[in-house]
Design a protein around this ligand. Structure first.
Ligand code: GTP
Length: 383
């Protein structure tokens, strides 16, 4: 399982609002020696492939999809293109690339793209999701977050947040935007990058922890402390007290007021069948509102933690970690949601799972049902 993950070609998705610096970042990254074996897929709207012309480094390893927006009409093209690239690589007729960068249009909602990359069976055979890199314009970012849901989703789904153009913004603006991004996506610390100058290591290897050995990665990946601290949506009020996050209750309407991030935890082991049922129900009721789930589960029958990772109603295959990370030995599930308060998520999950606030710490009893097979694609699907 672990080797299988390691051998598949990692795909990073580069997203960010129009003009936020995606192409600048991409061009600069591709000049780095560590990125020499990178295939690039750029999605552009319109007939003139301008970004393609701007990114020079890659030539034959670059494909421009310009037949529409990647999140709507060209998902099939994306699958086909990636399939073709891999085939050419494998039969020696194409470049021997080691990773793929997909740049989306600035208006793309990244979730359908992630769905495709995470679940298309043809892609899953050869590729794995590495992570989502989102660029945010330090000058215009706050206004874009105010006005455009896509911009908030791009920030909420990021594994890496890149704050561009901080050379053009005053320090107060940068600080306020950084704090706002932390409230939208508490697990990720925004990195300031001027004109794309950044070490690729800071951006890659972001999405999926190294399951074989580096359990410390899991802690960083989950970063449940940040989500828990941030609590109820990161804007300092308690959704459990009846707020539904739909209205402009802080003065001006802001899309990120509708984003909540929180961590549910529990010390008692859970049955996989209950996990399956609980998430099945949650996603059936609120799949569109669950933007992201990352979890480390204590499952009865396994002395090792099970990692779950989902984007809206689709989850990548659960995987078993080599060991519990130091100091962590209970279930932790981090959520980023849209128009869905923590109280509601608890209400749906608590009848199935021991995650109640103030729950009695449970005995670690692994003698029950066996753990889930790690090849499952959906926690709420066929085991
Ligand atoms: N001063 C400054 N300018 C930047 C920085 N990053 C990008 N730019 C400029 O911002 C403009 C837009 O950058 P692009 O890289 O084309 O942005 P994009 O996100 O690819 O744009 P679209 O493809 O239209 O969505 C260009 O003129 C860049 O030179 C930065 O860190 N500092």
């Amino acid at each position: 399982m672990t080797n299988f993950i390691a051998e598949r070609i990692p795909i990073s998705v580069l997203t960010g609002f129009l003009g936020s610096g995606k192409t600048t970042l991409l061009s600069r990254l591709l000049r780095h020696p560590a990125m020499s074996r990178t295939a690039v897929v750029i999605n552009e709207l319109g007939e003139v492939g301008l970004d393609g012309a701007l990114v020079e480094a890659v030539d034959e390893e670059m494909v421009v999809l310009d037949s529409g927006c990647i999140c709507c009409t060209v998902r099939g093209d994306l699958v086909e293109t990636l399939g073709r690239l891999r085939e050419a690589r494998e039969n020696g007729r194409g470049p021997a690339f080691e990773r793929v960068l997909v740049e989306t249009t600035g208006l793309a909602d990244p979730t359908p793209i992630l769905h495709t990359l995470m679940t298309d069976p043809a892609l899953a055979a050869g590729y794995r999701m590495d992570g989502v890199i989102t660029t945010i314009d330090a000058v215009l970012g706050a206004d874009q977050l105010d006005r455009h849901t896509q911009s908030v989703k791009q920030a909420a789904l990021a594994d890496r947040l890149v704050l561009t153009k901080s050379d053009l913004a005053d320090p107060e603006t940068v600080q306020a935007l950084t704090a706002r991004l932390r409230s939208i996506n508490p697990a990720v610390v925004p990195i300031r990058v001027v004109r794309g100058a950044v070490d690729p290591d800071a951006l890659l290897g972001a999405g999926h922890p190294d399951l074989a050995s580096r359990t410390a990665d899991v802690r960083a990946w989950l970063n449940e402390e940040a989500a828990a601290q941030d609590g109820h949506g990161g804007h300092g009020h308690d959704c459990a007290s009846g707020c539904d996050h739909h209205g402009p209750h802080h003065g001006a309407f802001r899309h990120d007021d509708r984003i909540a991030s929180f961590c549910l935890s529990g010390d008692a082991p859970m049955d996989w069948a209950d996990v399956d049922e609980a998430f099945g129900l949650l996603l059936q009721l609120h799949g569109e509102q669950v933007l992201r789930v990352k979890g480390l589960l204590d499952v009865r029958g396994s002395d090792r933690p099970i990692v779950i990772h989902g984007v809206q109603h689709l989850f990548s295959e659960p995987a078993m970690l080599a060991a519990w990370p130091d100091g962590m030995n209970g279930t932790r599930i981090v959520f980023i949601t849209h128009d869905l308060p923590e109280a509601r998520v608890r209400q749906v999950l608590e009848p199935f799972l021991p995650i109640a606030r103030g729950a009695e710490p449970g005995r670690r009893d692994h003698g029950g049902h066996p753990p889930p097979p790690v090849t499952t694609t959906h926690p709420h699907g066929e085991p």
